[in-house]
Design a protein around this ligand. Structure first.
Ligand code: 6R9
Length: 567
């Protein structure tokens, strides 16, 4: 039995009071995600049930029940409060996928703070941009990442605490640093959870755009309603499931469906804190008897590349439901998964801004491989005309994916950037910035992004951020960054660079620039290819025409180049 009845029945009967009632939430009363994911599950009598099965890269395993979670999040929340951190302040989580990341996330919410998770792979500059914008008050991190925090202290006078969760006292702590040893902290049995209301800010997730700096999509505690019910319906999470979301909480998938959705449903999750390797992934599924698996197309394509034989070496018979998000899921990948796992991967489409799944393939619905599926119950989604933003009523015509505002997990603003937030709404619709068409059966088919943002291995990287960082390299006069097709990662970053006088293009220089970006921003932002060019194509007003370079990489028509400047 699936949690969801037939799609048509759910669409007919659904309204948001259904999940509100299931969660015993009464409008106007308190709603705190931290408490819902830990305390409430214990109150329901599931305190002894496993909440988290964690495995590190050396294969070591740690397990925590919901009661452990309740106590650990209480303890950490009290600790943060004792430091003087206030409700509404931004507290950043800058860690690998260690258990403290998960407790920390919920603890911040319990004490009323705003959780700001960031990828631990970020370099100092990527980190600074996001902390400075958020005006972050504290950062929770690990010893191995603290060097990246130290270099930005002078630019972050408001960052009061650097909390290190694994300090071994081998070296003295520096300015603003403090060691938190969870195992030594007395467990706090009762913590006065912050009485957050529906619209109280909860999570700040940074996401990249085409221009300007990354923007912080700000969410509220009421997002729980969407995250809870979509995890229940789309991931079909049931009481005896062992669920594995492969995403890092630095990405919205890792929080909405790697923390909030499953735990609000009282489900056991497992986490693998190790990089991708087909064998280790299959072994992990076998060892922990994973039943529901939420992953991303890049990972699936990487598994496909490793072939079918390796799959047979493992007993993966525990698997019963598979979902995917982040990029277009090719029909080949869907069919391949059916062949090797006996199950289709179910594609889901959503964004940092939407906070929860918007368009999905449901366990009870016929899959059309290559399609993103249909809108979630309670979500009104369509495609609108590229110029007029009027809904397109004819099947098969490409337009912009648009969603009627008002669903519970919609972002409430971009931090410090209400203007850009407002610009995302046109003609009464939230415009996602993606192009798609809808077929005669109501299935959505992804076409591409409507901007220059690069989707590499499911991570959005903004060309502007990389171009700005490139300019800081001594040799770079000008640069343009575009996505280049890649069989596994869908796109990888390619940089076109015009050098300053006195610099010569060479393999050495290329590697030096790549490394420079890897350290400054992140491994994902690092160009996989650099092409040195005498100059870049520009519009008459001086804007770099990335579109021309992109078309060249993808073998597409260049389109209108009437504004192209003549060299
Ligand atoms: C959850 C998440 C959002 C962008 C989105 C689109 C792309 C996500 C997709 C997909 C095709 C899917 N995207 N899911 N493209 N098919 N099923 O990914 O959030 O990091 O903000 O990215 O990712 O371009 O607009 P986020």
């Amino acid at each position: 039995m699936t949690n969801m009845r037939s799609y048509d029945e759910e669409i007919r009967d659904f309204n948001w009071t259904i999940p509100e009632k299931e969660l015993e939430y009464q409008p106007g009363h308190d709603i705190n995600i931290g408490a819902y994911c830990s305390d409430r599950i214990c109150t329901q009598g599931k305190g002894d049930k496993l909440a988290l099965i964690w495995e590190g890269h050396a294969g070591e395993v740690k397990q925590y029940t919901f009661n452990d979670m309740r106590l650990l999040t209480n303890t950490m929340a009290q600790y943060l409060k004792n430091l003087g951190l206030q409700p509404g302040e931004r507290i950043c989580l800058f860690m690998d996928k260690i258990p403290e990341l998960y407790f920390g996330f919920l603890a911040i919410l319990k004490m009323g703070g705003i959780s700001q998770p960031l990828f631990s792979a970020f370099g100092a500059e990527s980190l600074l941009t996001r902390l400075a914008d958020a005006g972050t008050a504290a950062i929770i991190t690990q010893k191995k990442h603290v060097a990246k925090v130290r270099v930005l202290l002078k630019d972050m006078p408001g960052l009061r605490h650097i909390i290190i969760v694994d300090d071994d006292e081998s070296k003295p702590l520096r300015e603003r640093e403090i060691a938190l040893h969870m195992e030594k902290e007395a467990r706090v049995e009762n913590f006065p959870v912050f009485p957050s209301k529906a619209e109280t800010p909860s999570v700040l997730h940074y996401t990249s755009g085409t221009t300007g700096k990354p923007k912080g999509a700000q969410h509220v505690h009421y997002s729980l309603i969407s995250q809870y019910i979509s995890a229940k319906y789309v991931l079909d999470l049931q009481d005896d499931d062992i669920y594995w979301c492969t995403a890092d909480p630095g990405w919205v998938t890792g929080t909405s469906y790697g923390i909030i959705g499953p735990w609000a449903n009282g489900i056991t999750q497992c986490v693998l804190d190790a990089g991708f390797k087909a064998e280790s992934w299959y072994r992990f599924i076998e060892k922990h008897k994973v039943t529901v698996w939420y992953s991303a197309p890049t990972a699936i394509r990487s598994l496909m590349k490793e072939g079918d034989e390796i799959v047979k070496k493992f007993d993966l018979s525990s698997l019963r439901h598979l979902c995917s998000v982040g990029e277009p899921l090719n029909a080949e990948a869907v069919l391949w998964s059916k062949k090797v796992f006996g199950l289709f991967f179910h594609d889901t489409f959503w964004q940092t801004e939407t906070g929860s799944m918007m368009i999905s393939n449901y366990p009870t619905m016929k899959i059309k491989p290559g399609s993103m599926g249909k809108p979630f119950p309670g979500i009104t989604a369509t495609v609108v005309d590229l110029k007029t933003h009027e809904p397109i009523t004819k099947a098969g015509i490409v337009g912009l994916i648009a969603i009627k505002p008002g669903w519970p997990s919609m972002f409430r603003t971009y931090w410090n950037n209400e203007e850009i937030y407002q610009s995302k709404f046109k003609n009464g619709w939230y415009i996602c910035g993606d192009r798609a068409s809808i077929d005669e059966d109501g299935y959505f088919w992804f076409v591409g992004r409507d901007d220059d943002v690069i989707n590499t291995a499911g991570h959005l990287v903004g060309p502007f951020e990389i171009e700005s960082a490139l300019l800081e390299h001594e040799s770079v006069a000008e640069s343009a960054v575009v996505g280049k097709p890649d069989p596994v990662n869908m796109e990888v970053v390619k940089a076109f660079i015009a050098l300053k006088p006195g610099f010569q293009a060479s393999k050495m220089l290329e590697l030096d620039i790549m490394n420079f970006i890897r350290k400054k921003l992140s491994p994902l932002a690092m160009p996989q290819e650099i092409e040195f060019v005498p100059s870049l194509p520009k519009t008459r007003s001086g804007k770099i025409m990335r579109r021309v370079l992109r078309a060249q990489e993808w073998g597409e028509e260049i389109g209108d180049i009437s504004t192209l400047e003549n060299d």
